[in-house]
Design a protein around this ligand. Sequence first.
Ligand code: GLU
Length: 473
Amino acid sequence: MTAGSFRASVERMFNRAAALVDLPPGLEEKIRVCNSTYTVRFGVRLRGAIHTFVGYRSVHSEHMEPVKGGIRYALSVNQDEVEALAALMTYKCALVEVPFGGSKGGLCIDPREWDVDELERITRRFTYELSRRSLISPSQNVPAPDMGTGEREMAWMADAYKRLHPEDINAKACVTGKPRAGGGIAGRVEATGRGLQYALREFFRHPEALKRAGLSGDLSGKRIVVQGLGNVGFHVAHFLQTEDDCEIVTVIERDGAVSAKGGLDIAALREHIRETGGVRGFPGAEFRENGLEALEDECDVLIPAAIESVIHADNAGRIRAKLILEAANGPITAEANALLRDRGTVVIPDLYANAGGVTVSYFEWVKNLSQIRMGRLEKRHEEARNHLLVKELQRLSADAGFEWTLSDNFKSAYLRGADEIELVRSGLDDTMREAYTQMQTVWFEDDRVDDLRTAAYVVAVRRIAKVYESLGL
Ligand code: GLU
């Protein structure tokens, strides 16, 4: 893929759907275009010399504020890419009803080239540059982790912001994806993977949708190929393997692909990658040097969880997966998408599938603004009421002359009030089910809509248009 094409690809997908939505003149373009992209070049003195870094923060749409989206650390970061990713954030937030506009940032850096202290200085300096232009702010622009960043970077950013704005009581809400001790929320690290699992489970609850993909039954025993065992790929693969009995038959990483009939042990494979830097040599697995070829393997579900544009016009015709769950942002180009659609491959699109991250980010932001852990007020009260009910039922049964006791399993599950992690999972599951229903209704009921991606965009564009109309634009 040449530079410049990722954004064009997202725009093509958007255009296809927007043409099906009745919009007032000019609104389609207003929604499509990226509002602004700030480029910063800053110097940091490291290893005895000044190093210049290039960073971006792109704001796609401010129809809702704050705007939201991750910050990526990778050498390949460029303006076209952050603009495409910012646009995807706008549509993603609208689809899952998270009240944010879309934004994205990036720093052209290979994080592995720098040690922790150096990365901290670079991150703090980048935060300062963003803060000067309100491109990090609890009320205007809230970054989050993305490729190459995680809890650690978010903690540095939150601290740098707090130092610049000591009077802001909401300072913690300037970024999400922070560690728990620094104001984060339970379940944010695995949120995107969890959301992908919930998305797939929801798809499997709909026999008609399954039929369109040529699949049937439940998730148990389904053969899955995963590309990328980073935070997102690892969690979705691990959850599907350990909780839904799926077989992760192949994992594609930078150095190649490993496969095993019956499935790979994902937790052990991740450990192997940590120790050796790659998948090669993983015991009991077959290794292929040309990992990308494995995208074309016959399987039930393909989960691209690495980077954009890995399925393109040249390999789309050879993809044999029945269903593709887009864990990465933009792994399928617009051209490839059309080819796959023609061949009947069903795609669960990125703007829906990987929305778990930003959904739990939203919960974290709300938690920070409310200054209280979720469930803290209600938990014991809920438990007391459950106890009351159980006691009363037991009294009634004794009065009626029959003796029944509740099983210990039931009691421990029912009597306990919800912790933050349970509330987060419940909110995320509900979000994924609700958004799927909206999407599927459009997919099944509007004859002009021939895939889930177009349906997802239609739902998102309608919502954004309503906001613009209510704003009087
Ligand atoms: N970087 C993630 C994404 O692409 C999360 C964004 C967020 O939490 O704001 O959706």
